[in-house]
Write a protein that binds this ligand. Structure first.
Ligand code: AMP
Length: 281
């Protein structure tokens, strides 16, 4: 496995792979890898000749009051995991390699105006900026994103269409702990009591899944979910919402494909979870 911090070096490798006619898959991550990331890497390994993982805590997707400094990092462990999963190259740049300030950022359209885009107004512009840069640096045939970050996945899919990237975006299912908690690098912030309290998110997902169906009103789905979270003293709801799966705009009923998503603060840690529903799924 190769490791590099340099854009020039990865470009050189990409050029050689392309000359050999190899297909390239990219898994963008912020590191501190867990089973969720591993599932994306495994799928990428199955689909492509070459697997590139980026491991970069992207400063421009964090708001001023967010956890950029505290975000967990362990490159040694990430590197060992990637090696064991058959990754060909890890790209682990320093912020100065990626950004010359001031720099141009990608602007997101209305998909940014609901769910996490409300509480984190700079987030998705920052995500799209780094993802567009990674796409230009790595020139992958396919790129892998988790459904855990469902709004991110929808926005990246839209960016690929709108900015004409010739890249297939592959969405991968949410990976959970045995007790239901969606895996996240941020779970490491939780103390044992908060870790237990955080189970209200996956319980709420189950409550919502149990009642959703064709034509069912949003409130019928969302009320039991909110109730589940409100019963947990350490949890505070940021949002629990049902939106159109493509446009991310709120919908009153489950008529077409929808995303039911939530953000909940447990202690001081903001966690997200969601489920998608469509008639044929
Ligand atoms: P992150 O390092 O948190 O930016 O995540 C990198 C990629 O891994 C994103 O596409 C995430 O959606 C995906 N991911 C993170 N956690 C999970 C999970 N529990 N299940 C599936 N994908 C995940």
């Amino acid at each position: 496995m190769q490791e590099t911090k340099a854009i020039a070096e990865i470009r050189k490798a990409v050029k050689a792979w392309k000359q050999e006619g190899k297909t390239i898959g990219l898994v963008p991550t912020m590191g501190f890898l867990h089973e969720g990331h591993a599932s994306l890497i495994k799928k990428c390994r199955e689909d492509n000749d070459v697997v590139v993982v980026s491991d970069f805590v992207n400063p421009v997707q964090f708001g001023p009051a967010e956890d950029l400094e505290a975000y967990p990092r362990d490159f040694g462990r990430d590197s060992a995991l990637c090696e064991s999963l058959g990754v060909d190259m890890i790209f682990h740049p320093e912020p100065a390699e990626m950004y010359n300030d001031p720099h141009i950022t990608v602007q997101v359209d209305t998909l940014n105006e609901t769910l996490c885009g409300v509480t984190r107004p700079v987030h998705f512009g920052g995500v799209c900026t780094v993802v567009a840069k990674l796409f230009n640096i790595v020139s992958p045939d396919r790129a892998y994103f988790g459904e855990k970050d469902a709004q991110q996945l929808a926005i990246v899919k839209k960016m690929v269409i709108d900015l004409n990237f010739d890249i297939t975006i592959v969405g991968c299912p949410i990976v959970r702990e045995a007790d239901g908690l969606a895996r996240s690098s941020r779970n490491t912030y939780l103390n044992p009591e908060e870790r237990q309290a955080a189970l209200c998110l996956s319980r709420a997902v189950k409550k919502g899944q149990a009642v959703i169906g064709a034509g069912v009103e949003g409130e019928t789905v969302l009320a039991p979910m909110r109730q589940e979270i409100e019963a947990e003293p350490l949890a505070t709801i940021d949002y629990v919402q049902m939106v159109d799966a493509l446009t991310m705009q709120p919908v009153a009923r489950a008529d077409g494909p929808v995303l039911v998503a939530m953000a909940v603060v447990v202690g001081k840690t903001r966690l997200i979870d969601n489920f998608s529903w469509s008639q044929d799924r």
